[in-house]
Design a binder for this molecule. Structure first.
Ligand SMILES: NC(=O)c1ccc[n+]([C@@H]2O[C@H](COP(=O)([O-])OP(=O)(O)OC[C@H]3O[C@@H](n4cnc5c(N)ncnc54)[C@H](OP(=O)(O)O)[C@@H]3O)[C@@H](O)[C@H]2O)c1
Length: 322
């Protein structure tokens, strides 16, 4: 495993574990998954993973409970990251919600506490006042944000009066927005971009095609899995396979290695089984050659999916079968 080259109280692994899947029916993994989830966590620990990401909203608290129980006594050794879902993130609310998350996780302190998304009405001034108080009493280690643009990230830092260590954003070969300004900022200021959906929710695994789309509500609502977009992704997947073959690796591992080239980026793929977790952890060791990276960049740029409003009628048709 490799770790972020930053001064943090505990090392942060370049591959973390995302746990939205834990206790969340919308992924469609069924009742047996809970036990597998615990095995995934234990295996991740064996492999040197130190970043475990959850949120109060995942499975309405179940993800935090499953993660905390699976980590057991190892909770104190790793970076446990959770998120407040900011419906009304006033300072006292932030404090109450952190206490509740810590209780579900079974931890004395949340190593990284993140604001799940920017609230359009409530300013970060009050939210960060709550975060600062939590840091001052030791219930929260580092503060993070998620789905923030650069301006608001920096504003949050000014409001906190301390570093907001990380911004967790959608970042993968098919969502490269963070490369514009968030990653350069993280690099220059000593912050971290946490890449969520780093495999495009499995799109980049090459496992799915127009005749074989994934099941589950999450991905039925994701336009990338429209038959048309799976078709449009064929070339990109072919390039991933080609680079993967040269490394005796899989397309998913190469898709992760692409992100991890940036020193201040960590990825938190979710996993449906232990073997995926093992492969994802191993991806941290893959070094892409410059020409391989260039080929991946070209293939990623050439992928033009149907998204936004244009995709909505097709998504509705895919859902209703009409
Ligand atoms: N902050 C936010 O707003 C936000 C939003 C979304 C997610 N997140 C966080 O980010 C984490 C990851 O994002 P995500 O779950 O949306 O997407 P993801 O990590 O890109 O995709 C996860 C899915 O990809 C497949 N997969 C994983 N490893 C694989 C491998 N080695 N080979 C082949 N397939 C593999 C699995 O699905 P199948 O095996 O079923 O194909 C798995 O459930 C979440 O768990 C959550 O913690 C945060």
């Amino acid at each position: 495993m490799r770790y972020v080259p930053l001064d943090t109280p505990k090392p942060i692994s370049k591959i973390g574990l995302g746990t939205w899947q834990f206790g969340s029916r919308e992924w469609g993994y069924g009742p047996d998954y809970e036990q597998r989830a615990a095995q995934i966590v234990r295996r991740a620990l064996d492999l040197g993973v130190t970043l475990f990401d959850t949120a109060e909203i995942y499975g309405f608290g179940r993800s935090e409970r499953i993660l905390g129980a699976a980590l057991g006594d190892d909770r104190a050794k790793v970076v446990v990251a959770s998120k407040i879902f900011p419906v009304l993130p006033l300072a006292p609310v932030v404090q109450q919600r952190a206490v509740a998350s810590a209780a579900r996780l079974g931890v004395a302190g949340i190593d990284l506490y993140q604001v799940h998304q920017p609230n359009p009405v409530v300013a970060d001034t009050t939210t960060m006042r709550g975060m600062r108080a939590l840091q001052d009493v030791g219930l929260v280690g580092e503060v993070g944000v998620s789905n923030y643009g650069l301006r608001r990230w920096r504003f949050a830092e000014a409001a906190l009066g301390r570093r907001v260590l990380s911004n967790q954003v959608r970042y993968s070969m098919i969502d490269r927005g963070p490369e514009k300004d968030l990653i350069p900022y993280a690099q220059q200021a000593g912050r971290i971009v946490i890449a969520y959906s780093p495999l495009g929710q499995g799109f980049l695994s090459g496992r799915y095609d127009a005749r074989n789309p994934p099941a589950g509500a999450v991905r039925r609502a994701n336009p990338y899995f429209l038959p048309e977009n799976l078709e449009r992704g064929t070339e990109l997947i072919a390039t991933l396979r080609e680079v993967a073959d040269a490394h005796d690796a899989t397309p998913s591992q190469i898709a992760l290695a692409y992100l991890l080239r940036h020193p201040n980026v960590v990825a938190i793929p979710g996993a449906s089984g232990v073997e995926q977790m093992e492969r994802n952890a191993a991806a941290a060791e893959i070094d892409l050659a410059d020409d391989e990276y260039a080929a991946l960049v070209t293939a990623a740029h050439a992928f033009r999916p149907l998204t936004g409003l244009a995709a909505v009628p097709k998504l509705i048709r895919a859902r209703t079968g009409r």
